[in-house]
Design a protein around this ligand. Structure first.
Ligand code: UDP
Length: 450
C-alpha cells in the first residue's frame, strides 16, 4: 500500500464490541495511538457513544445506529446482528474522499468479519484481543479439536500453558453445552486470523511469557497492555486518568469520601464486573461472609442485582460497609484504604488489580474468569481462589477465611509481596523501552511508513 500523504501519517478506525469490558481497553488503546500522532476514529453504537467523555479533539466518534435493523446488543450483550459488514464498509467509504482516508481497522477479535471488510477495501487490519494469550491458546486448541479431555481428567496439557484442571478452563470449554452460541462466537475469533496484519493483545510479555511465545508462533502478535489510563502507569498522557466511558453511572464522590475515612489497607473492595449475575444464594453467602470477616467493605451491586441482597443487610452493616450500584473502579483500586479485591476475575479487573498492586480473592463465575483465577493464584501468586462448595456455591466461611488470609494471614504476606512485584512489571511494560511501549511504537511506525 502506498504511503498516504496526510497530516496525521495514518488514520485508524477502532471498532470495539460495545460492552464495558471491551470498550475500556480498546478506547484506551485508541487514546494511546492518538497521543502518538495517529488520527483515530472510534466506531461504536449511539448509546455507547453517548456514555463517553473523552478529551475534546482526541479522536472522532462515528456513532452506529443501535436500532434492531442494524447493529444491536441483545439483552445478553453478546450478539452483533445483520448488516455489520455493510455498516463498516459505508463508514470507511465515507472517509475515502477526505484528506485522511482510513488505512487500518483495529477490530475487536470477536468481530472477525471486520478483517474481510478491511481486505476487500485494501486496508490493513489488526485484531484486538481483550483476553489473555493463555485463554486464546485454550480456545484455539479446542477449536482445532485438539482438546479432547475426558471429564475425569485431572490435568490437561496445552502447549505453552501450565498443567490445567477442568475447573481452570473457560466455562464455554469446560461446559460447551452451557452457551453454545457464545462458544461459537469465541471460537470464531480464530476463523480468519491469518488474514490479520497484526494481532494485538491486552497483556504484557512478562505476565505470560510462554503463552505469548506460543501465539507468536502462529500470528504476528504484539502485546500492548496493560491498557489502563496513562496516569495510573506511565503518566505520559497528562490528564488521562479515566477510561472515559461508563455504560452505568459511577457513584464516584461517595466512594472516595467514604474510603477517605477508612484506615490504610483496611477495606475489601468487591465487584463482579458489568455482566455476571450471581445466584441469589451465592449473593447471600457472600454478604454474610463479608459481614463475618468484620472488615470494612465497598461492594458494587449493580441495580439489576440489588434485589438479591439479604433483607436488612445494608442497614445491618452500615458501620462497616458501603453498597453502590457502580463505582470508578480504578480510583477505588488505587486508593490506599483498599487492601483486597474480591473479584470475578474479568480480564480488565484482574489486570487493573495487578497493575495497581492490589491482592485478590478470586471468585470466578464464567467465560475466561476461571483461567484468569488460576493464574492469579498459582502462576502470579497475587491472590487466593475460593473453593466452590455444594451446588456450585461458595460458602460464607470460605469467603470469610480467604478474605482474612489475604488481608492478614501468612499467605497474605507473600501475596502482597508478589502484588508489588507485578505492579512494577506492569509499569515497566509501558515505561521507556518497555515491552508493550516498544510494540506500540513499532505498530505506529509501520502504519505511518506503509
Ligand atoms: N468497572 C467500573 N466500575 C464498577 C465495576 C467495573 O468501572 O463498578 C470497570 C472495571 O474497571 C473494568 C470493567 O468495568 O475495566 C469490567 O471489565 P472486566 O473485564 O473486569 O469484567 P466484565 O464486566 O467484562 O465481566
Amino acid at each position: 500500500m502506498e504511503k498516504k500523504d496526510v497530516a496525521y501519517g495514518a488514520h485508524v478506525l477502532v471498532f470495539p464490541f460495545p460492552i464495558q469490558g471491551h470498550l475500556n481497553p480498546m478506547l484506551q488503546f485508541a487514546k494511546r495511538l492518538a497521543s502518538k500522532g495517529l488520527k483515530v476514529t472510534l466506531a461504536t453504537t449511539i448509546s455507547a457513544a453517548k456514555s463517553t467523555h473523552i478529551g475534546r479533539g482526541l479522536f472522532e466518534i462515528e456513532p452506529i445506529s443501535d436500532n434492531q435493523d442494524t447493529v444491536t446488543t441483545k439483552k445478553d450483550g453478546l450478539v452483533f446482528l445483520t448488516d455489520g459488514p455493510g455498516i463498516l464498509t459505508r463508514l470507511i467509504k465515507k472517509h475515502e474522499g477526505s484528506g485522511d482516508p482510513i488505512s487500518c481497522i483495529i477490530y475487536d477479535s470477536i468481530l472477525p468479519w471486520a478483517i474481510d471488510v478491511a481486505k476487500q477495501l485494501g486496508l490493513y487490519g489488526a485484531s484486538f484481543f481483550t483476553q489473555t494469550c493463555a485463554v486464546n491458546a485454550i480456545y484455539y486448541h479446542f477449536k482445532q479439536g485438539k482438546l479432547d479431555f475426558p471429564l475425569d481428567a485431572t490435568t490437561i496439557s496445552i502447549p505453552g500453558l501450565p498443567p490445567l484442571r477442568i475447573s481452570d478452563l473457560p466455562s464455554f470449554v469446560s461446559s460447551p453445552e452451557s452457551y453454545p452460541s457464545v462458544l461459537e462466537f469465541v471460537l470464531n475469533q480464530f476463523c480468519n486470523l491469518e488474514k490479520a496484519d497484526w494481532v494485538l493483545v491486552n497483556s504484557l510479555d512478562k505476565l505470560e511469557d510462554q503463552e505469548v511465545r506460543w501465539m507468536e508462533g502462529l500470528w504476528p502478535v504484539k502485546t500492548i497492555g496493560p491498557t489502563l489510563p496513562s496516569m495510573y502507569l506511565d503518566k505520559v498522557m497528562v490528564s488521562d486518568n479515566d477510561y472515559g466511558i461508563n455504560l452505568s453511572n459511577p457513584n464516584g464522590e461517595p466512594c472516595q469520601k467514604w474510603l477517605d475515612t477508612r484506615p490504610t489497607a483496611s477495606v475489601v473492595y468487591v465487584s463482579f464486573g458489568s455482566v455476571a449475575n450471581l445466584k441469589a444464594d451465592q449473593m447471600e453467602e457472600l454478604a454474610w461472609g463479608l459481614k463475618e470477616s468484620n472488615k470494612n467493605f465497598l461492594w458494587v451491586v449493580r441495580a439489576s442485582e440489588q434485589s438479591k441482597l439479604p433483607k436488612n443487610f445494608v442497614e445491618e452493616t452500615i458501620e462497616k460497609g458501603l453498597v453502590v450500584t457502580w463505582c470508578p473502579q480504578l480510583e477505588v483500586l488505587a486508593h490506599s484504604a483498599v487492601g483486597c479485591f474480591v473479584t470475578h476475575c474479568g480480564w480488565n479487573s484482574t489486570l487493573e488489580a495487578l497493575s495497581l498492586g492490589v491482592p485478590m480473592v478470586a471468585v470466578p463465575q464464567w467465560t475466561d474468569q476461571p483461567t484468569n483465577a488460576k493464574y492469579v493464584e498459582d502462576i502470579w501468586g497475587v491472590g487466593l481462589r475460593v473453593k466452590v462448595g455444594e451446588n456450585g456455591v461458595v460458602r460464607r466461611e470460605e469467603m470469610e477465611n480467604c478474605i482474612i488470609e489475604v488481608m492478614e494471614g501468612v499467605r497474605g504476606k507473600e501475596i502482597k509481596k508478589n502484588a508489588g512485584k507485578w505492579m512494577e512489571f506492569a509499569k515497566e511494560a509501558l515505561a521507556e523501552d518497555g515491552s508493550s511501549i516498544k510494540n506500540i511504537d513499532d505498530f505506529v511506525a509501520k502504519l505511518i511508513n506503509k
